[in-house]
Structures are given as C-alpha cells and as structure tokens.
Design a protein around this ligand. Structure first.
Ligand SMILES: [Zn+2]
Length: 242
C-alpha cells in the first residue's frame, strides 16, 4: 500500500479481501498489543499504569535520553536511562517501570563505566515522552503536555521518586555550631536535586509543592529539602537510594 499499489492488485496477489485491505488502510493502528500505543490511537488515552509512567518520566528527565535506534526510515526509538552501578535496586525499579509502560518491548542493559544503561526500543517513545529532542535537555524547553499534567498531578509522589532517583540524593548533612562550651556537630538527613535545566528544576519544585514538601534553592542548579518534617514527608515517596 505504501508503494502505491492498488488494493485490487494487492487483493489478487495476497488473497486478502479488498474490504479488509481498505479497513487496514483507513485504520492503520495495529491491534497487536506489542505495537498498540495509547497516544497515537484514534482516541488517545493516558499511558498505564500511570504511577509507573510518572516514575519513568522522572527518570527520563533526570538521566534519560531518546534517540533513533537505527535507520531513520525504520522510525524505531531507543529510550536509555543511565543507572549507577552503586544502586542495583534502582536499576531493577527502572527496568520494571519500562516494562510496565511498554509491556510488548523487551528491556535490555548495556554496561558502561560505573553505570548500566537500561534500554527499551519502541516506535512510540516520542509519543509517550514528547520532551525528547536534539541536544541536551537544559538547552531546550522542557514543558509537560496537558495529558502529562493530568498524570503527574495525580502521581506527584512517583514523579518525585523518579526525579530524586535519577538526579537526586538523600544524604547526611553535617553542620557545626559554635557554642560557649565549644563546637558542636549536628547531623541531619537532607535531599538534594541537581539539574542544569531550569525547566526541570521548576517542575521538581512544583512537584514538591504539590506534596507539601518545603524546599529551597541551595545553588543555581540545585534545590534542597532540609527541614525535618519536609524530609520525613519526602521519605514517604522517595527514601534513601538502594
Ligand atoms: Zn504512538
């Protein structure tokens, strides 16, 4: 059909009825679940499970990249998320979320220095994550589409988990207090999220606001969650890396 051969000749040479060929031409979305995509379906739906989608989106915005998997005309895209080897639990969580969102596409890994890339190939990553584009994320505008807002509003905890699992950190901050009887050291847990993209930092801040987690900018490119009750609240969704 793509080569412009008439339905009649295709029907004669394949034995498939013209009515069926006509139907396939008018409704090209395959019914094969491997290929079905909630976004480019005739009536687009939200990707499911939404909690896994929100988590995966957070990972992508932190450490992910979408690029062509082969020749441009094949239109197959590769989603790659870099997972530090220090945290095997996070890598498994990443693999699980990728499979949950695209159950028909196999997930594989590739060892790099100090990290493992978790990879899934699909024609539909650009539909599912329309923030992909050429160049680095902080050099282009990162803006969620309205359907993504619907998901991340209802799943703010999972988006925060994805963001902090990729570009975030939960560590112990040590501060010194000089008192009359000498120096005292205090230790308290805090979260840091570091990203070069102002858009992604803003998205992280909005997500924390939605969760009722107090935060502030600690540097130009990072925000911190340090108040005791804010850390406790964020622990409900994120917690230490593992
Ligand atoms: Zn699609």
């Amino acid at each position: 059909m793509e080569r412009g051969i008439s339905l009649r000749s295709i029907s004669i040479s394949t034995g498939i009825s013209r009515a069926t060929l006509h139907d396939w031409r008018e409704h090209p979305v395959s019914t094969n679940p491997r290929a079905a995509c909630p976004r480019c379906a005739p009536s687009p739906m939200l990707p499911e499970p939404q909690a896994d989608y929100a988590y995966l989106l957070g990972l992508y915005l932190g450490d992910g990249c979408i690029s062509l998997a082969g020749a441009r005309d094949k239109r197959v895209w590769k989603l790659r998320i870099a997972c530090a080897d220090t945290w095997p639990g996070l890598r498994r969580e990443c693999e699980r979320a990728m499979i949950a969102v695209r159950p028909g596409n196999k997930v594989f890994t590739r060892q790099q220095v100090g990290c493992t890339e978790v990879i899934s190939c699909s024609r539909h990553w650009p539909c599912l994550i329309p923030q992909h584009g050429p160049g680095k994320k902080h050099m282009r505008k990162i803006e969620l589409q309205s359907w993504q807002h619907t998901i991340v509003t209802a799943n703010a905890g999972q988006l925060a988990r994805g963001l902090f699992h990729s570009d975030g950190y939960r560590g112990i901050n040590r501060v010194r207090a000089r008192l009359a009887d000498g120096d005292h050291w205090y230790e308290y847990p805090r979260y840091l999220f570091t990203n070069e993209s102002a858009d992604i930092l803003r998205l992280c801040g909005e997500t924390l606001d939605r969760l009722g987690v107090a935060w502030r900018f600690s540097r130009r490119n990072s925000l911190s969650v340090a108040r005791r009750e804010a850390v406790a609240r964020l622990d409900e969704f994120v917690g230490p890396k593992y």
